[in-house]
Ligand binder design. Structure first.
Ligand SMILES: [Zn+2]
Length: 559
């Protein structure tokens, strides 16, 4: 062996050793990085429609007291949907749930109406407990996009059914009876709701799926933390009362109490949990340009965020993400009324008119409507109620405008609500640009026990990717292919027929010996031969969209 060859060999050996060492180092690094990223539990907190000014406004309202997550604010989130600069809640939630942008109205689905697996479903597949805590009705856009798949957010029949069969461990929301009881009167819709498939989903929850179904605070307080629970709190509406109204009326637990209870229930699962908490009605108040409503609803949300953060800090194995889905209303501290005196208005003048308020404009307009429906001529009481509820002393011109509104008119309640909100705005110097959503970036606050957080400007789809990463969940795209494969591909070559498309779509597949039956929105199929029929449970629900059933690819193996 020549000297030269020997030298080359030595150098090569050195290089190989170096390569091996560096591979080992990279593996160790990525392992320790992964170890630093991974957590067992994740709580995503969405204050729906919260533009950043609401944070500032709430601090002033609370005499400049910092918010529980002020020190955790770390970036901005872009919210646009696939086709619009200003997003609708459905694609905004779909982006945060599935890591994919979609279009207006789409719930857990792409623009071409194909289901996309959600982070909640991936967590469930991983054996984690899952839950939603919201102040709206449970089939509303944000909770729906994490728990179901539909091309229209208004398709409550489909969304409801998938939510029921998606077997969440905890659902706390408002007004569920409206949407679960087949054929019962709906307070919100003001009509009898009859499902086309005539299934009573409330019975299904209680009798077939063994849920603890509750609707009162007493039952809530004595909940057994070991069983699955579905709470639909009974109010006069299909959603929860505004936080400030509920503090006085105590009709149901607060969002913070529900968050606390949900965490206690979900924490029992040894594999960890994923929980979505939404302050749903901040958006609704902002749509009405109601300055008190947004403070009320954001305060309720912020209390819940504090509960989640306190738990996470103590637990040391939980990440908390706080991020609105979009802005609403274009709220500003300052308005056209402060054009000239903006630098001469003490902060107390912004918030003092709201501090003595006993009820929100929403509750006040509902109360007035009820009162005037009973006695049309009782208008003298309007002034008293506005003074007691809203601390509003009206000028003769303002009173005249309200007296002129006819309680018998359609939309009286909403028109009165707009007017009352406007009167509060005039007294506080709060300005608004729209009754719709807005397209600005929204704030991001994060807590992670090892400080593995996202910073700077991120996209709303990054939220889903981040959650999947820290919880070590399966890949979104691969899992969507695995659990939501089109029936034409899964059962290629077999005899396929589709039945009851308009009422209760069912797929029937046969190889001549065995017959598989799959119904839309259910999480099971049945398989029968000449002698027996057996039920096979699936990890996900079956989605029917545009004449195609989407179901697990491995169902082919039953034949
Ligand atoms: Zn909205």
């Amino acid at each position: 062996m020549s000297e030269k060859n020997n030298f080359t060999k030595k150098t090569m050996m050195k290089q190989i050793v170096l390569i091996l060492l560096s591979v080992g180092l990279i593996q160790t690094l990525s392992y320790s990085q992964k170890k630093n990223e991974s957590v067992k539990n994740c709580i995503l907190m969405v204050p729906d429609g919260t533009s950043a000014s609401i944070l500032n406004f709430t601090r002033w309202y609370n005499d400049n007291k910092p918010l529980s997550f002020d020190s955790l604010l770390c970036g901005f989130v872009r919210t646009h949907s696939l086709d619009d600069k200003i997003t609708d809640s459905a694609p905004a939630a779909t982006a945060m749930a599935t890591s994919q942008k979609s279009g207006s109205g789409f719930i857990g689905m792409s623009l071409d109406s194909v289901p996309l697996i959600t982070v909640l479903e991936l967590a469930k597949i991983q054996g984690k407990a899952t839950g939603i805590v919201v102040s709206c009705e449970h089939p509303h856009a944000t909770p729906a996009a994490f728990t179901s798949h539909a091309a229209k957010r208004s398709n409550y029949e489909t969304i409801n059914e998938q939510q029921v069969y998606n077997h969440l461990d905890v659902v706390f929301s408002g007004g569920g009876n409206d949407f679960l009881n087949n054929g019962k009167y709906s307070k919100k819709e003001k009509k009898n709701i009859k499902r086309k498939d005539e299934e009573n989903l409330r019975d299904t929850l209680i009798k077939s799926l063994n849920y603890n179904f509750i609707s009162t605070t007493d039952k809530f307080n004595s909940l057994n933390e070991k069983s699955k629970v579905w709470a639909s709190f009974d109010t006069d509406t299909s959603f929860l009362l505004n936080h400030f109204d509920n503090l006085t009326l105590k009709k149901h637990p607060t969002l913070a109490e529900m968050t606390d209870k949900a965490i206690k229930i979900l924490f029992q699962n040894k594999n960890g949990f994923f929980l979505l908490v939404e302050g749903s009605k901040i958006d609704w108040a902002a749509h009405m340009n109601d300055p008190l409503g947004v403070i009320s609803e954001f305060s309720g949300f912020e209390e819940a965020a504090k509960v989640a953060l306190d738990f996470a800090v103590k637990d040391k194995n939980t990440a908390v993400i706080i991020c609105p889905d979009h802005g609403t209303g274009g709220i500003a501290i300052g308005s056209k009324n402060t054009n000239k005196n903006y630098d001469d208005t003490k902060y107390a003048s912004f918030t003092n008119p709201l501090k003595k308020v006993k009820h929100t404009p929403e509750y006040t307009s509902t109360t007035l409507k009820k009162m005037l429906q009973k006695n049309h001529s009782d208008t003298t009481k309007i002034r008293d109620i506005l003074s007691i509820h809203l601390n509003l002393i009206l000028s003769p011109a303002e009173l005249k405008k309200i007296y002129a509104m006819n309680p018998a008119d359609n939309g009286y309640e909403d028109n009165l609500y707009y007017e009352l909100a406007n009167l509060l705005n005039l007294r506080t110097g709060i300005g608004w640009t729209t009754y719709g959503h807005t397209g600005e970036d929204v704030f991001l606050a994060m807590y992670h026990p090892k400080n593995y957080i996202l910073k700077g400007v991120i996209d709303n789809t990054d939220i889903a990717k981040y959650i999947a990463r820290i919880l070590n969940l399966d890949d979104f795209k691969e899992s969507t292919k695995k659990y939501f494969a089109p029936h034409t591909e899964v059962f290629q070559g077999l005899t396929i027929s589709i039945h009851n498309i308009d009422t209760n779509p069912e797929l029937i597949v046969s190889d001549g010996k065995k017959t598989l039956r799959a119904k839309s929105n259910k999480n099971y199929i049945t398989l029968s031969d000449n002698i027996t029929t057996k039920k096979i449970e699936l990890k996900t629900v079956i989605v029917f969209s545009k004449n195609t059933f989407y179901l697990p690819v491995n169902l082919r193996q039953v034949f």
